[in-house]
Write a protein that binds this ligand. Structure first.
Ligand SMILES: Cc1cc2nc3c(=O)[nH]c(=O)nc-3n(C[C@H](O)[C@H](O)[C@H](O)COP(=O)(O)OP(=O)(O)OC[C@H]3O[C@@H](n4cnc5c(N)ncnc54)[C@H](O)[C@@H]3O)c2cc1C
Length: 420
């Protein structure tokens, strides 16, 4: 039977960092990954450029974690973005910072981040094994080994870093939830976060492919409370809405069973109502005999014009000089507040991150150690924490991985280990 002091299950961002940290602290570590290659999800982060952290303070990271941010306080203070940047630069990955403090490798290649980590793991003599963990074995309340698809491994400590359930083709298929639950941990049901949204009506499908830049949106719930407001870019798709603005908005819509959400698009955020009304009047009086279809085409993308006419109940053939005050008012309202009723999120498989996961009150925040099972540690998206876009989700993977790696190596230094 193969043996290691620590077995890290999952070779994604958090697992690789945990394995590296533990081995650099002196432990003998085996990293178990079911895919042939490590870090498959990392390859596709930031559209292949890997937005690996955000150049901000630990406190600012926590402000970008909408749920359970307090749980991350300690590990974030221990390995904040500043330390992450230093660590990657030390591994030979020069970095650059872009708009919104987003940090990327200078080369714009996620592959450089993975290659650098892989070389460091090899230099630190971490044993890399391709196999799928099926069960964690325990004896006398402490972990003692892993049953894999191809055999048995024994160890004193395990770091479970199997990710969530989004983009399952990268290997995150939810095995970790099952293994944690088998050991008595509560798993908060996984839900999609940073996810495209399905629309109730047909308007979006008819505008599919249209991308709107510099629009602002408001998200309102059933009680008309504004849950989110921001300016940016969105995309109409065959099912509804996508694009950076929508992914960010989706984080604030989690109660689909009990609530209802409407997205209001302000198509002209630079103009207030008065200015926009003056603009409409100017366009109408400059083109009195042209159709409203023509006039709207000067204000809106082509695909949107017929939809706007339909929603304002104005025939496209009506001449601009025949538009009534009431019709102009309706147009104005739709331009400032174009409503889309949200039917729900796309499936979790299409989400950028998974919300939910191992309940954090059952894990020690400073060490990521299980409060249920001796020698068991957690890291990354598997935990019930998730953040907004901007490099914060990878920052969580690095910080939790670092805390787990350090604590697990301390643990195996003291623990005598139990035979399975
Ligand atoms: C398209 C996309 C773009 C993203 N872009 C960014 C970005 O730019 N910035 C950012 O901060 N975040 C981004 N994210 C989120 C970020 O990638 C994740 O939060 C992060 O990768 C989670 O790391 P992890 O180590 O916890 O899990 P994962 O990266 O999912 O790694 C888990 C690993 O465990 C392995 N595994 C699972 N089960 C087993 C098993 N039974 N046995 C052995 N191995 C197993 C899997 O194969 C996988 O390799 C993006 C996500 C997606 C999907």
């Amino acid at each position: 039977m193969k043996e290691a002091q620590i077995i890290v299950i999952g070779g994604g961002a958090s697992g690789m960092l945990a394995a590296l940290t533990a081995s650099q602290a002196g432990a003998d570590v085996l990293l178990l990954e079911q895919n042939q290659k490590l870090g498959r999800k990392l390859y596709i982060t930031g559209k292949g450029r890997c937005n690996l952290t955000n150049d901000c303070s630990a406190a600012e990271v926590l402000a970008n974690v909408p749920h359970n941010s307090r749980f991350l306080m300690s590990c974030m203070a221990g390995f904040p973005p500043e330390e992450v940047k230093k660590a990657f630069q030390k591994l030979g990955v020069p970095l650059k910072t872009e708009r919104g403090n987003r940090v990327f490798p200078q080369s714009d290649r996620a592959a450089d981040v993975i290659d650098a980590m892989l070389s460091a793991l090899r230099r630190s003599r971490v044993v890399l094994m391709q196999d799928r963990a099926k069960h964690i074995r325990t004896a006398n309340g402490a972990v003692c080994g892993v049953q894999t698809a191809h055999g048995e491994l024994s160890c004193k400590a395990i770091i479970l870093a199997t990710g969530g359930v989004s983009y399952p083709l990268t290997g995150s298929t939810g095995d970790g939830y099952r293994m944690a639950a088998e050991l008595g941990h509560t798993v908060i049901p996984p839900k999609p976060s940073l996810v495209p949204l399905e629309a109730e009506d047909d308007f979006c499908r008819r505008m599919q492919g249209l991308s709107l830049r510099n629009v602002s949106i408001k998200v309102k719930n059933r009680k008309k409370k504004i849950l989110f407001q921001e300016q940016g870019e969105l995309l109409f798709t065959h099912f509804g809405l996508s694009g950076p603005l929508i992914l960010s908005a989706s984080v604030h819509m989690r109660e689909y069973e009990s609530d209802h959400y409407t997205i209001m698009i302000d198509l002209k955020p630079a103009l207030d109502e008065q200015m926009l009304d003056a603009r409409l009047l100017r366009e109408f009086s400059a083109n009195p005999n042209r159709s409203i279809h023509h006039v709207l085409s000067t204000l809106l993308p082509r695909l949107m014009v017929p939809i706007m006419e339909e929603r304002a109940c104005i025939s496209g053939t009506v001449q601009a000089n025949a538009i009534t005050k009431l019709q102009r008012r309706r147009l104005l309202e739709l331009l400032k507040c174009f409503p889309i009723e949200v039917a729900g999120p796309r499936p979790v498989e299409e989400a950028i991150v998974t919300a939910g996961g191992v309940k954090v009150s059952e894990v020690v925040p400073a060490t990521m150690q299980s409060k249920r099972v001796e020698g068991l540690f957690f890291a990354g998206e598997l935990l019930d924490v998730d953040a907004y876009t901007g490099g914060f989700n990878l920052q969580i993977a690095w910080s939790t991985g670092h805390a787990a790696g350090e604590a697990a190596s301390r643990y195996v230094g003291k623990a005598s280990g139990v035979p399975c």
